[in-house]
Design a protein around this ligand. Structure first.
Ligand code: ADP
Ligand code: MG
Length: 241
């Protein structure tokens, strides 16, 4: 579903590349974790897949189509297939939970419909938001003000928003970095369960190797922009010192 081949990214005026010949493939329903220290290039990788940083070489295939070559309507369709869950969830706190959840539908809605929804949501639209919230276990928060939710609940809203997008790929960049250990487990197990059920290819960066080992099908290790197979915490610490 997601296939990255020899991806190299170099920020302007930087002598060394931030990502070097990175190759990854994630199948439908597969859950892949990327472990790597700060500055290893995790966020850069996610931003490259989302099209926010220019790539020097390589290919990024989404459901068989090269997203780096796509333009116009095809590019919009491919991007709509990629759900993003960030570390600092980018929810609008003063809006209701259903507003934030249905922001995932903006890619398939007209501007007029989006504006009408803001002030006058239809029953069917609220139902869609409720179904997504049920999947993340907080349906009762449908009409709550987003800013009043706890950190874990807000991360669930961000996942519900990604689900409403009906993605084929989900990118989660350190989705539990701001949560305590118990909540981190809940959120990761939920994310992996949903990806498996909906056959979504999940790529998720993490700091905690124990959580990666518990919930993910495969683990990759990113260091200094070079991706390799993960060989366990002992080896990781030995090479890092
Ligand atoms: P991680 O998410 O693993 O912490 P990043 O992808 O954020 O790593 O950063 C990888 C490297 O790229 C770092 O050395 C960082 O300083 C550099 N970098 C990140 N963003 C930019 C940018 N916009 N311009 C130049 N360098 C950047
Ligand atoms: Mg980062």
């Amino acid at each position: 579903m997601l296939l990255i081949q020899n991806l190299t990214v170099r920020y302007r005026r930087k002598a060394t590349a931030t990502l070097r010949e990175v190759s990854i493939s994630v199948g439908a329903g597969e859950r892949v974790a990327i472990i790597g220290p700060s500055g290893s290039g995790k966020t850069t990788l996610f931003r490259a897949i989302s099209g926010f940083v220019p790539t020097e070489t390589g290919r990024i295939m989404v459901a068989g189509a090269d997203i780096l070559q796509a333009r116009g309507g095809q590019l919009r369709t491919l991007r709509r297939g990629i759900g993003v869950i960030a570390q600092q969830h980018d929810l609008i706190e003063r809006m209701r939970v259903y507003h934030n959840v249905m922001a995932g539908a903006l890619g398939r809605w007209s501007t007029t419909r989006a504006l009408r929804f803001l002030f006058w949501p239809l029953c069917g639209e609220l139902d869609e938001a409720r179904v997504a919230l049920e999947r993340v276990g907080i349906a009762e928060k449908l009409r709550a003000r987003t800013g009043e939710l706890s950190g874990g609940q807000q991360q669930r809203v961000a996942i519900a928003r990604a689900l409403v997008q009906q993605p084929v790929i989900m990118l989660a960049d350190e989705p539990v970095a701001s949560l305590d250990p118990d909540l981190s487990q809940h959120i990761l197990s939920l994310l992996c369960q949903l990806a498996g059920e909906a056959r979504i290819a999940l790529l998720c960066s993490l700091h905690q190797h124990d959580l990666a080992e518990r919930y993910f099908d495969r683990i990759l290790h990113l260091q200094g922009g070079v991706l390799s197979d993960y060989a366990g915490p002992a080896v990781q610490f030995a090479t890092a010192s």
